[in-house]
Structures are given as C-alpha cells and as structure tokens.
Design a protein around this ligand. Structure first.
Ligand code: NAD
Ligand code: IPM
Ligand code: MN
Length: 344
C-alpha cells in the first residue's frame, strides 16, 4: 500500500507529522506493508521547483493508493507569481476528485467546546458534500486591473454525479438531503436545483430532499444545526459553509475531509489552511488532520477497524480534556499527537 504525503506549508508539516506516526502504528498493527513518499507541494514546491504541483509530485499521487495533505499557502506567496492554491486545484482536477466530504459532528458531552449554546449544538451531526471540481473555481478567469471575472459554470453531469454521492450517503444516515444553492439569482444554481430534483424523482424518492438558499442556510446552520443531515452544495458555497460549520463542534482545527472521485486515489486533508498566524509554534490543533486519517482509512484504504480506532482515540482525548489552545487547552500539537498515538 502506498501513501503519498504532501505536508505543504505553515502548520501543514506540523499536523502531518502527527498523522504519519499514527498511520505508521495502525498499518503495522494491521500487518500492512506500507510504503510512503513525501513530495513538495504548494508554496514549498514553488520555492524548490517553481511550480506548486511539480510533475514528480502529481505522478507520485496518481501512482498511490491515497494522498494525505497538510495545508498549502501563506503570505510569502501572496505577492504575485504562481500561487500554492493553484497546485491544490490542479491536483483535485487531475485526480478527478469531484466530491468533497466534510463531516461535522458534536460528540456527546463535548458541547462545551462550541462557542454556541449547548442546547443548540447537542446532537449535531452533519455531512457536508461539497462539489469540488466545478463552479467558479474552474470557470474561465479574466484577470485585470480595471475589470476581472470568474465564470461560475456547471454541467448537468457534474451536478448529477455529486448529487448521487449525497443521496447514497443520506441512505446510510438519517435520510435527509438539503441542497443549498442560490437559485433565486444564479442560472448555474437553477440548473443545479433542476438536476437534483430530477435525479431525486428518478432514483432516490425514498430520501427526503429539501432546498435552501445559501444566505438563509448560512443563518440556519448556526441557529439550528441539528436540523441538517447531508448538505449538498456547490464548490464555493461548500468552502464557505464548511468553515462556518466548524464552529458548531468548536474549532476549524477539528474538521477533516475526504475528496473522492470515481475510483482512483482519494485526497485526504483537514479543511483548515496553513494558519500563518500560528505556524512554527507547535500550537496547531492536529485533530482535523487526524480526522482526515480516519476518513482515509475508511474511504480510501478499506481499513474500517483502524478508522474506528482513530475515532475512538480522538473521542477519548477530547473527553479527557486533551486539547490545544484553540479549544481552550494547554497541549501543544506534538503533545496531543503523542497522546493520540498512545491511544490508537
Ligand atoms: P486558515 O484556515 O489557515 O486559518 C484561519 C484561522 O484559523 C487562523 O486564525 C488560524 O490560526 C486558525 N486555524 C486554522 N487551522 C487551525 C488549527 N489546526 N489549529 C488551530 N487554529 C487553526 O485560513 P486563512 O488564514 O484564511 O488562510 C491561510 C492560508 O491557507 C492561505 O494562503 C489560504 O489560501 C490557505 N488555505 C489552504 C487550505 C488548504 O491547503 N487546504 C485551506 C484553506 C486555506
Ligand atoms: C479549502 C481551501 C481551498 C479551497 C483553497 C486553499 C484553494 O480553502 O480546501 O477549503 O478554496 O477549496
Ligand atoms: Mn476553505
């Protein structure tokens, strides 16, 4: 089994190191022959190779069973020239990763970690499914000093394939899909809604489907998070709503993600960025990355028992108050990593 690590920039390498040790231990426990490779990606790849996604990095990812990413970006590469984020978009596109799963759950007894009221967040368990290779991120761009534009474009086929992932997921959960769009204004959202409705009628009428406009949904997500089961939404809305949703369990440092396509290697990464404000200080919360390890074991490597152990280790650490400063705790990133390693 081959895992490619892309530690990236800022806190990326710090949280990846925690995950590396956990994966090493779990695969050894399971008797799996693990090969790993590290590759430059993002800002560090611009520095070393002039390209955020060098050919050797992409080829290694294509030739792997799963790709694990820390984070990319930072102020150093914000001053013109190639951008680290372009490497991430290029990798998602090249691997065909159209469905990005971002689970958001409040563990029983852990409601106090949220800045929101306990009674509002208790029991919240949401799976955000964000379309990842279309929309405004990939439509034609016109850069300019006076006028600039980003085209938001979706095809029926792009909507249908990600909607299918959402309906299938809902069948294994509580059976509700909430599709979030801006169909009162955007043509791409009207196609989105029409396509989701048609697929629902044709193949998934056992699942309950509701639609919300993204502005009202952003409000309701915080006001009544327990309403939601599976949220299905387009690329940009999903990016924004998932950062917002991270305050339901308590910190952006908690959420992991799985980016999946049709059969090739998946990409597993925390939803947060490179956090330049805390990078290099051993302060980052590694749990979002570790949650991504669980997703990788479950959805990318067919190791569900190992995934369960990771979930249990995270739950145990939170229960025993083993947290980093973003959640009011005193542990460093590496101390929490050691504590998790002992638990798996
Ligand atoms: P960010 O997610 O890096 O940070 C936002 C805030 O959350 C900061 O205050 C940061 O300290 C905090 N935070 C983030 N992760 C944390 C963690 N694990 N533990 C504790 N606190 C954490 O977002 P940003 O500051 O808007 O972006 C910084 C850079 O990261 C930008 O270059 C951006 O493009 C990039 N970015 C990359 C990814 C990715 O690689 N997938 C995702 C988002 C942003
Ligand atoms: C994320 C990030 C990326 C995105 C950026 C870094 C390209 O914010 O993974 O959520 O917008 O998809
Ligand atoms: Mn984001």
């Amino acid at each position: 089994m081959k895992i490619v690590y892309l530690p990236g920039d800022g806190i990326g390498p710090e949280v990846t190191d925690v995950c590396r040790a956990i994966i090493q231990k779990l695969t050894a426990q399971a008797g799996v022959n693990l090969q790993t490779e590290d590759h430059d990606f993002g800002g560090i790849a611009i520095d070393n190779h002039g390209d955020p996604l060098p050919k050797a990095t992409l080829e290694a990812c294509q030739d792997s069973d799963a790709v694990f990413l820390g984070a990319v970006g930072g102020p150093k590469w914000d001053k013109g020239g190639p951008r680290p984020e372009a490497g991430l978009l290029g990798l998602r596109k090249a691997l065909g990763l159209f469905a990005n799963l971002r689970p958001v759950a409040v563990q029983k007894g852990m409601e106090h970690l949220s800045p929101l009221k306990t009674e509002r967040v208790a029991g919240a368990d949401i799976l955000i499914i964000r379309e990842l290779t279309g929309g405004m991120y990939f439509g034609e761009k016109k850069e300019g000093d006076e006028v600039a534009s980003d085209l938001c474009i979706y095809s029926k086929e792009e909507v249908e394939r990600v909607a299918r992932v959402a309906f299938e997921a809902a069948r294994k959960r509580r059976g509700l899909v909430t599709s979030i769009d801006k169909a009162n204004v955007l043509a791409s959202s009207r196609l989105w809604r029409k396509t989701v409705v048609a697929l629902h009628e044709a193949e998934y009428s056992d699942v309950k489907l509701t639609h919300e406009l993204v502005d009202a949904a952003a409000m309701k997500l915080i006001q009544a998070p327990t309403y939601y089961d599976v949220i299905l939404t387009e690329n940009l809305f999903g990016d924004i709503l998932s950062d917002e949703a991270s305050v339901i369990p308590g910190s952006i440092g908690l959420l992991g993600s799985a980016s999946l396509g049709s059969g090739g290697p998946g990409l597993f990464e925390p939803i947060h960025g490179s956090a330049p404000d805390i990078a290099g200080q051993d302060k980052a919360n590694p749990l979002g990355a570790v949650n991504s390890v669980s997703l990788m074991l479950r959805h990318g490597l067919d190791m569900p028992e190992a995934a369960d152990r990771v979930d249990a280790a995270i739950a145990g650490a939170l229960k025993d108050g083993e947290t980093t400063p973003d959640l009011g705790g005193y542990l460093t990133c590496s101390q929490l990593g050691e504590a998790l390693l002992a638990r798996v």
